[in-house]
Write a protein that binds this ligand. Structure first.
Ligand code: AMP
Ligand code: MG
Length: 330
């Protein structure tokens, strides 16, 4: 299959929206990472996502919607979920809620809940409006590999396997959305950390006069494979450490949290941020992992985000741990 790379002209967006309505796949930019989109109401179109990504059928998809109103046609919202959607949408928060019948079982891997998000990226929003259907879109990469944050990353992983890629430049956030199970309005559960933190969630609810506990799910209970212990992984053996070794083994790629104060790049050295901010490290994370993976090293050693990097640092460490992780026992 030939993969076409589209620049975001009005005509191209109209063509892509029509292709999505017809049941074709298109990789599209969002503020988090590039998503591989299909009409979420079309089970056959959604099946193509699993085939193209070689994604196991038991790993459910996130459905993207333009508005809360559109989301309410797909899931049963409670008052707490509505408060969160009004506060954080459009943006990098995904809500897991009881699904309505219209959502095909393949999207939710047969579960009774569906994951929903309204993306903030202007091109994703324009496509949602033009396509007039919700879009199921997991990250646009082969299953288990490092997520894509540029159109080039998408082409490198899925070129020849999908018909369309929309080039929207680099993704402004760079790590995947925070996923919150909101089926129980009294007990929210963070299934995947992201930019939106448990503190942000609590604060939004408090302002609206609501209280809910916000927990995170213990790893061993996690069944959704997006949360597998190994995910986001480079091909090169990868290890995550609190402090980089002064004398690393030969042929080792080193990823620092921050650019060293003095001296330029030594061969085999990378860094996630130049100034040490978490936002910059998140934006660059997957591009740096890919660059290190392409370096021909026998091992990549990466420094953890420091505690001061906050919620986004935790989200980065979550991805790095999984990049280094073993396959989950299931
Ligand atoms: P991706 O879009 O590739 O980052 O993956 C989406 C992830 O969202 C999945 O791997 C799951 O971990 C999570 N997810 C999607 N739907 C559900 C659901 N109904 N319940 C729990 N987690 C979900
Ligand atoms: Mg993914």
């Amino acid at each position: 299959m030939k993969t076409r790379l589209h620049q975001p002209t009005p005509a191209a967006l109209r063509r892509l929206a029509a292709a999505l309505r017809r049941g074709e796949l298109a990789a599209i930019p969002t503020e988090t990472v590039y998503g591989l989109a299909a009409n979420a109401l079309d089970a056959r179109a959604c099946r193509k996502i699993f085939t193209a990504k070689r994604r196991p059928a038991n790993d459910p998809l996130i459905v993207h919607v333009p508005t809360l109103t559109a989301a309410e046609q797909l899931a049963e919202f409670n008052a707490v979920a509505r408060i969160l959607a009004r506060k954080f949408w459009p943006g990098p928060l995904t809500l897991v809620l009881p699904k309505k019948r219209r959502v095909p079982g393949i999207v939710t891997s047969g579960q009774t809940t569906v994951a929903l998000r309204s993306p903030a990226h202007p091109l994703a929003r324009r496509l949602l409006r033009l396509a007039r259907v919700p879009l199921a879109a997991p990250s646009a990469n082969p299953f288990g590999y490092v997520s894509p944050t540029t159109a080039e990353h998408v082409l490198a992983g899925l070129g020849g396997r999908i018909p369309h890629v929309l080039d929207g430049g680099p993704c402004p956030v760079g790590v995947e959305s925070t996923i919150v199970d909101a089926t129980d309005p009294h007990r929210l559960v963070i299934l995947r950390p992201g930019v939106v933190s448990s503190r942000d969630l609590r604060a939004a609810l408090a302002r609206a006069g609501r209280r809910a506990t916000v927990g995170s799910r213990p790893r061993e209970q996690v069944l959704a494979p997006g949360l597998l212990d190994q995910h986001y992984s480079p091909h090169t053996p990868f290890s995550l450490v609190a402090r980089l070794p002064r004398f690393p083994p030969k042929n080792t790629g080193l990823i620092r949290w921050k650019r060293p104060a003095r001296g330029g790049a030594r061969a085999g050295e990378f860094w996630l941020s130049t100034r040490g901010t978490a936002a910059e490290a998140a934006r660059r994370l997957y591009a740096v992992l890919r660059a290190a993976d392409a370096g021909g090293f026998g091992l990549i050693v990466c420094e953890k985000a420091p505690g001061r990097a906050g919620a986004l640092g935790e989200a980065i460490n979550d991805r790095l741990k999984r990049a280094a992780g073993k396959r989950a026992r299931r």
